[in-house]
Ligand binder design. Structure first.
Ligand code: KG4
Ligand code: ZN
Length: 332
């Protein structure tokens, strides 16, 4: 079954063509980063307008790069939520209209279920059940994944998401939006032991997270070292990254051990982080735990993961309805 996937929950307009929920024939992402960069974060109204401009060209490009015509598409999977409502509505309305015009089955997919299915787009995916850390700009949570569409939430952030902390710290350090990649690169050149930032909730509060304290601690450090901070920005980045990565790695590995799962997955934009990938791999090996991480382009928002998840809903016979609506808040 060849599906067209559509994703417009935030600031990427994405379309993908995926066969049988696992083989990517095309995956196109039109990023709006250059526009939102000017404002230091995503401006919802601008995001919606850009999605309207980008959606048709992105779908056309995906079809061309897969060397297919519309006639080859068997169904559509589209992000229904959570996300920015105005942004979601562009992709959701496009998908409904496309499906109606060509009399195709379609289904709305939860963005987070999409991220969790991104590990099935690479060879050697984890067997069920597995433990997943989903860390992105809007979400940070640990799940037990029982099936493609069935998850149990084990813990989540009580305030900021990990990616949000990266973005805010980047702004404080004058490094712009989005901050994850920039801080990750800078951290590789710094000394992670020079400044010790708090590891909030490290061995308490189950699998819940809190990243607002570390953000405040970095801010305080920057204020109190205003004269010297420029000279050792890499050490600040390395100290911040070491603290975030230690908590993320500790929680996901403990969740796997407590659940007696031998497979874990790291998904979402923050799973592209070099420090996190390395630390989890190093700590998992002696525990006999296998780590599954998609390549960086499938960690960030993309439509292939939406098509990967949508395939399993459509296969079960689930169908979107003309009155279905998008949603902004977490449902899983
Ligand atoms: O999954 P994603 O593309 O969008 C959401 O669903 O939020 O994640 C975007 C987030 C941003 O906060 C970005 O700064 C972060 O992922 N990110 C990273 C890295 N690359 C992207 N965070 C840490 N290290 C990275 N290398
Ligand atoms: Zn995402």
């Amino acid at each position: 079954m060849i599906l067209l996937g559509i994703e417009t929950s935030c600031d990427e307009t994405a379309a993908a063509i995926v066969a049988d929920g696992k083989t990517i024939l095309a995956s196109e992402v039109a990023s709006q980063i250059d526009v939102h960069h000017l404002y230091g974060g995503v401006v919802p109204e601008i995001a919606s307008r850009k999605h309207v401009e980008n959606i048709n060209p992105v779908v056309d490009t995906a079809l061309k790069s897969a060397d297919l015509t519309v006639a080859a598409i068997d169904g559509i999977a589209v992000t229904q939520g959570p996300g920015l409502v105005g942004a979601l509505l562009v992709g959701f309305s496009f998908a409904k209209a496309f499906a109606f015009a060509r009399d195709l089955p379609w289904v709305g997919v939860d963005h987070l279920v999409g991220h969790l299915n991104s590990v099935f787009l690479v060879p050697d995916p984890p067997p069920f059940p597995f433990i997943a850390l989903l860390a992105s700009g809007g979400h940070t949570a640990v799940y037990r994944v029982n099936d493609h569409t069935q998850t149990v939430l084990m813990g989540q952030t009580r305030d900021d998401a990990a990616g949000e902390a990266y973005d805010k710290v980047s702004k404080m350090l004058g490094l712009g939006y989005p901050g994850g990649r920039v801080i990750d690169d800078l951290a590789a050149r710094g000394d992670p032991t020079r400044i010790r930032f708090p590891r909030t909730y490290l061995d308490k509060n189950g699998y819940d997270f809190s990243f607002s304290g570390i953000k405040t601690a970095v801010n305080r450090y920057v204020q109190t070292h205003a004269d010297t901070v420029e000279a050792h920005l890499a050490d600040v980045a390395a100290g911040f990254q070491a603290a975030v990565v230690e908590v993320l790695a500790y929680k996901v590995l403990h969740a796997a051990q407590a659940s007696e799962c031998r497979h874990i997955a790291l998904v979402g934009g923050v799973a592209a982080n070099h420090g996190l990938r390395k630390r989890v791999a190093q700590e998992a090996e002696p525990l006999g735990i296998k780590v599954h991480i998609p390549p960086p382009d499938l960690c960030g928002d993309n439509a292939a993961m939406i098509a990967a998840a949508g395939y399993h809903y459509l296969k079960k016979g689930e169908r979107g309805g003309v009155n279905d609506d998008v949603y902004s808040k977490n449902r899983i």
